[in-house]
Write a protein that binds this ligand. Structure first.
Ligand SMILES: Cc1cc2nc3c(=O)[nH]c(=O)nc-3n(C[C@H](O)[C@H](O)[C@H](O)COP(=O)(O)OP(=O)(O)OC[C@H]3O[C@@H](n4cnc5c(N)ncnc54)[C@H](O)[C@@H]3O)c2cc1C
Length: 293
């Protein structure tokens, strides 16, 4: 279970559902995370990923949380890893640690530039792009399955969508096994993206990333395209937090149902370490006939 490649799950033709946690920074946050995780047992995720803290700051927490969630909930886990602040040797050591623990799936990323800086600078003896790390893992750990990131609205640093797609194609050629997308609220962005990838010869699964909205302010901070119908609903809800969350649940449910109907391999839910929205979405989807087994 620990070592099953996610790429194989994605190719069964049965839609999958996965969750993403981020490493907690305090004891209280950690308690909350494990409480949410215990509730999410009912969600029965096909796999669960744990992000790698910006700047590599919470690296040890990623390892710790990944191992603990696997042990306590017996979930198939995928730790994230970035190139930030690590040399090749250090990255090799981290990957070896995951490998020795029995993990065979890694979400392989570059990471963001440090706060206040717009340009990513590679660590000396480290890597400049995620594709470098992907190639490194493929060469040194050939049986690790790698997820890579894709951006239906283009990565913010890329000069154009064409360039971004060219770079993603190279990242996949280096050994990426599946793509998980950045969050989006307009499904057409995903469908167009998958079409363009397929025109570029990229045919690996593209798992859509969905973040159930908690509030209008939260979604505005992401700077992602917000369909008018959605912003109107959120505005109408005013300051009513429960109503905003419910709108988020309903929107995500509709998004996921359409994505699956039109061929997406499943959904990856960004849950912000909370259980309520994810469970609400699953309940609604099951009432509509999805994810029943
Ligand atoms: C699903 C998902 C999970 C994430 N998880 C984390 C996480 O756990 N921790 C974290 O810190 N961040 C995470 N991020 C954020 C991610 O680290 C940032 O978006 C980062 O800025 C880019 O990472 P990447 O792996 O996409 O980089 P890359 O694939 O290297 O792309 C970065 C930029 O460089 C360009 N580029 C790539 N290759 C080349 C090349 N050869 N020549 C010129 N330009 C090139 C790309 O077009 C893009 O603009 C995640 C993002 C997603 C979508």
């Amino acid at each position: 279970m620990k070592s099953q490649p996610i790429s194989a799950l994605l190719q069964t033709g049965k839609p999958i559902k996965s969750l993403e946690f981020f490493p907690p920074k305090t004891e209280d946050d950690s308690r909350r995370l494990f409480l949410a995780a215990s509730r999410l047992k009912a969600f029965a995720p096909d796999f669960v990923s744990v992000t790698y803290g910006a700047g590599g700051s919470t690296r040890h927490f990623t390892q710790e949380i990944t191992a603990r969630l696997q042990k306590e909930l017996e979930w198939l886990m995928m730790p994230h890893l970035t190139c930030v602040s690590s040399t090749r040797d250090e990255l090799h050591e981290i990957i070896q640690g995951f490998y020795d623990e029995g993990f065979r799936n890694i979400m392989t990323l570059r990471g963001d530039p440090p706060k206040g800086s717009t340009e990513f600078v590679a660590t000396q003896d480290g890597f400049r792009y995620a594709s470098d790390l992907v190639g490194f893992i493929r060469e040194n750990f050939p049986d690790i399955c790698m997820g890579v990131a894709g951006y239906p609205e283009k990565h913010p640093e890329a000069p154009s969508m064409e360039e971004d797609l060219k770079n993603l194609t190279y990242k996949v050629d280096q050994g990426g096994d599946f793509i998980t997308t950045q969050l989006f609220y307009d499904n057409q962005l995903y469908f167009d993206y998958v079409d363009r990838l397929s025109e570029s010869g990229v045919t690996i699964p593209v798992l859509p990333g969905i973040l159930p909205i908690l509030s209008l302010a939260q979604v505005q901070r992401f700077g992602t395209a917000l369909p008018e119908a959605l912003s109107e609903k959120l505005e109408a809800a005013g300051d009513d937090k429960a109503a905003q969350r419910q709108i988020g649940v309903e929107w995500a449910t509709d998004q996921i149902a359409e994505l699956i109907d039109r061929g997406a391999p499943g959904v990856h839910l960004y849950i912000m370490n909370m259980s309520k929205s994810a469970l609400g979405i699953l309940e609604q989807l099951q009432a509509r006939g999805y994810f029943l087994d």
